[in-house]
Design a binder for this molecule. Structure first.
Ligand SMILES: [Zn+2]
Length: 321
């Protein structure tokens, strides 16, 4: 278990706080793990299931201290850990329909599973992957389960697309948002994938929105390569209400290409320009965008505009230094 999660180093802070919550008996009964493809959502979910079930760690005898960078990680050797690794642990139910929809019968199976007592563990865990694939009926059925927590059981949901989830589901889960590192280490860790796309943005299915996204990407690239047209960049950033989220994706894509990842195919956007950009500059810009996006969630629209203007100017300063 510990080896499995060490290939995603950014998970460890989440593992630490989960352990903390478990040991103080404050783990919520429903968690939603979000993050793009390759972010380690399923790995963290399975790690948590093992942590809740592990015989060794729950009896205070972690046998794997040397390999565990996380104190009290699941041991990986006990009967429960092994059953989880071989996908045959009777007190864990996994719903994984891939890209197909998750219908109401799957949620009925969850309810039924939770009705009975655990067979060998002290509690049961349900893992529902790609929860954005729930049908409306299934989502409403799941909501009932989330509203009536069954004693001691844990539901772990994963998604790369929180936008399409019912807000009522979101509000009943503790959110764990996974953000992979954009470093050389990241590239090595999931480098076997030629190109992992960033967060799924459903609005880009619309041709009009997609064109606006491409305009913002091109304006950003122009600014970064010194063909500065700052007014255009600022204006593009201010016109779209999703522009801050888009900018985060644009700059994370540029960072990846800059680190040697394959550039996305595009006639309109010159992603290859990222190859000659300065990595530190990209990283600094990425960080200011992240913190702006974090703050903007709590802001009213008028304040968002001010925040966006400030961000645009900060980016210009970073670029021109
Ligand atoms: Zn164990």
């Amino acid at each position: 278990m510990t080896n499995m999660s060490s290939s995603y180093p950014w998970l460890s802070k989440h593992q630490q706080s989960l352990v903390q919550q478990i040991s103080t008996q404050r783990l919520p009964h429903a968690l939603l793990i979000t993050g793009e493809a390759g972010a380690g959502k399923a790995t963290l979910a399975l790690w948590l299931a093992a942590r809740l079930a592990c015989v060794s760690v729950n009896h205070g005898q972690n046998v794997d201290q040397s390999a565990a960078d996380i104190k009290q990680a699941p041991c990986g050797y006990c009967k429960h850990c092994k059953l989880i690794a071989s996908q045959s642990f009777p007190d864990l139910l996994t719903i994984d329909e891939g890209d197909k929809t998750i219908g109401i019968e799957s949620i009925r199976a969850v309810t039924k599973f939770l009705e009975t007592r655990p067979q060998i563990a002290s509690q049961k865990t349900v893992l529902i992957k790609q929860v954005e694939q729930l049908t409306v009926a299934a989502a409403n059925a799941l909501l009932k389960t989330l509203e009536e927590p069954s004693l001691g059981n844990t539901l772990v949901l994963t998604t790369n697309n929180t936008e399409s989830l019912l807000p009522t589901i979101l509000s009943r889960c503790q959110l764990i948002s996974l953000r992979p590192l954009l470093t050389e280490q990241f590239k090595q860790n999931i480098g076997h994938q030629p190109y992992a796309n960033t967060t799924y943005l459903p609005e880009l299915q619309s041709a009009q929105e997609n064109q606006a996204y491409e305009e913002l990407a091109s304006a950003t690239i122009d600014l970064l390569v010194g063909r500065s047209n700052f007014p255009l960049f600022e204006q593009t950033l201010l016109t779209g209400d999703r522009a801050l989220i888009w900018l985060e994706r644009i700059v994370s894509t540029l960072s990846r290409v800059n680190q040697g990842w394959q550039a996305p195919e595009s006639d309109k956007i010159n992603w290859h320009a990222a190859q000659s950009m300065d990595s530190d500059t990209l990283m600094r810009i990425f960080q200011v965008i992240l913190s702006a996006n974090k703050r903007s969630r709590d802001y009213q629209q008028a304040n968002k505009d001010v925040l966006t203007q400030q961000l645009a100017m900060t980016i210009r300063e970073i670029v021109t230094v």
